[in-house]
Design a protein around this ligand. Structure first.
Ligand code: UDX
Length: 452
């Protein structure tokens, strides 16, 4: 292959000719792998998706998605039907004739907060055994800065160029994020390999950042950590708003209009959860420690995020007179955010367990996440119907901002609860309308609104 690109990020809004050189093999059918495979197939690529977990594999081969992601089921069924996406458990067969292999396996957290690279190593070993020389390997999994460079030392001997191509998809809007990315980042020392990967995304109207692998890795961690910092910052401000009488939504709007600040990710609430932010902030902190650096801001973001959940439980307790013993609490929302059934690091789990520890009995509902929540919440009554969930409740607590909950018939809710108390963890309900129905309404970083 050819000489390395010039070091340092170069941003260019180029549109390549799309010649990706053969089929694309995607390894791992988690969020990133599955969405990437389906979208590339939908864009006309010949894609093979490798999944080793038998239940997942079986569902995918029937064209059914194992995860809830808006629009994915339909698109998946279409590309499987048309033969543009083949799902297999056979890595050797999938690699035959592939021009690019995208590795999108999980990098779950280790006990000490690092990233477990076992699945990445297994995928690379398989690629070394089965890929033809010159096949470009690209890692989409989130791996700590410096990892690609160290893995590359082995692969160079095998004549398999390795590139880092981080992923920025959000759950719940993954398809549109894939098709309209803010940027594509490709880190590699082999210019031809970088271009082969760039060609896969060349049809997208997005700047492509070509850089070295370690900077590509750092861009991913830096982005997620910075967004997590923003969330924790506004949450810390929200507490001070409560102490001083300011309104955090007005504050965030006012701050956000300054283009240097930006309104995105200044949503005060219950803090960040999910499969990325909590894990990535800790992993970056872990990498820093390995290099002898202490990243105070990351530690603070993690602590504020944990505090925000504890403070919310205290708010629920205070709204019921300081004692939750024998109180019935109805929790609206379980998934870590709307639009997904993902329960990883969902605030609902910590909050419900804490409420139960304080003596409350909890009913909870969610439009899609109950099957995934059930194994985590053994003592909790999980019900599909929100009206059933709130019946005889002493407090209704909103944890995930599904639009369905704002759209409930709150007059009907008012008629069926035992006490009219609402605690809104996401600031999405209409507090004045609720107060007019007789509810005492509390939210995050704003004054309570009480009935007349
Ligand atoms: C995130 C990144 O956005 C994405 O680029 C990366 O690839 C994976 O991690 P995701 O975890 O799907 O995506 O969700 P996101 O919408 O970013 O929200 C993350 C968490 O922050 C959620 O728990 C959400 O509720 C919380 N959040 C987000 C806030 O509390 N306030 C906000 O203003 C925004």
């Amino acid at each position: 292959m050819t000489a390395a690109p010039r070091p340092g990020p170069v941003s260019s809004p180029i549109m390549l000719d799309g010649s990706a050189g053969g089929a694309v093999c995607v390894v791992g059918a988690g969020y990133v792998g599955l969405v990437t495979a389906v979208c590339l197939a939908d864009n006309g690529r010949d894609v093979r998706l490798v999944e080793v977990e038998p239940t997942r594999l079986g569902m995918l081969q029937q064209g059914r998605s194992p995860i809830h992601e808006p629009g994915l089921d339909r698109l998946l069924a279409g590309v499987v039907d048309q033969g543009r996406l083949r799902v297999t458990g056979d890595m050797a067969a999938a690699l035959r004739g592939a021009g690019v292999v995208l590795i999108a396996v999980g990098t779950p957290p280790t006990e000490d907060g690092g990233a477990d690279l076992a699945q990445v190593r297994t995928a690379l070993d398989a690629a070394i055994r089965h890929a033809e020389p010159g096949t470009v390997l690209a890692i989409k999994s989130t791996i700590p800065p410096g990892t690609t460079a160290s893995l590359n030392r082995t692969l160079v001997r095998e004549r398999l160029p390795l590139v880092m191509c981080p992923e920025f998809l959000r759950e719940g809007s993954a398809l549109s994020d894939f098709n309209r990315p803010a940027r594509v980042v490709i880190g590699g020392d082999d210019a031809e390999a970088v271009e082969r990967v760039a060609a896969l995304f060349g049809h997208l109207d997005a700047p492509i950042i070509r850089t070295d692998p370690t900077s590509a890795e750092m861009i991913k961690y830096g982005t997620n950590s910075f967004l997590a910092l923003k969330i924790s910052f506004i949450n810390e401000i929200s507490h001070l708003c409560e102490l001083t009488g300011a309104d955090v939504d007005a504050v965030a709007d006012g701050m956000g209009l300054d283009p240097r600040v930006g309104r995105a990710f200044l949503g005060a609430g219950l803090g960040f959860g999910g499969s990325c932010f909590p894990k990535d902030v800790r992993a970056l902190d872990h990498t820093a420690s390995y290099h002898g650096q202490t990243m105070w801001m990351l530690k603070a973001a993690i602590e504020v995020n944990a505090q925000q959940r504890r403070r919310f439980v205290a708010k629920v307790r205070d709204s019921l007179g300081g004692n939750l013993q024998d109180c019935r609490i109805a929790v609206l929302g379980l998934s870590f955010k709307p639009g997904t059934d993902d329960m990883r690091q969902a605030p609902a789990v910590d909050i419900i367990r804490h409420l139960e520890d304080l003596g409350a009995s909890v009913s909870a509902t969610d439009p899609v996440a109950i099957p995934k929540a059930a194994p985590l919440l053994g003592a909790t009554r999980l019900v599909e119907d929100a009206y059933e969930c709130v019946r005889d409740a002493d407090a209704v607590v909103l944890v995930t901002e599904w639009p369905e909950f704002a759209a409930l018939d709150w007059v009907r809710v008012a008629a069926s609860v035992r006490r009219r108390v609402v605690v809104d963890g996401r600031n999405v309900l209409d507090g004045h309308a609720l107060a007019a129905m007789g509810f005492a309404y509390r939210s995050v970083g704003r004054r309570a609104i009480l009935p007349d």
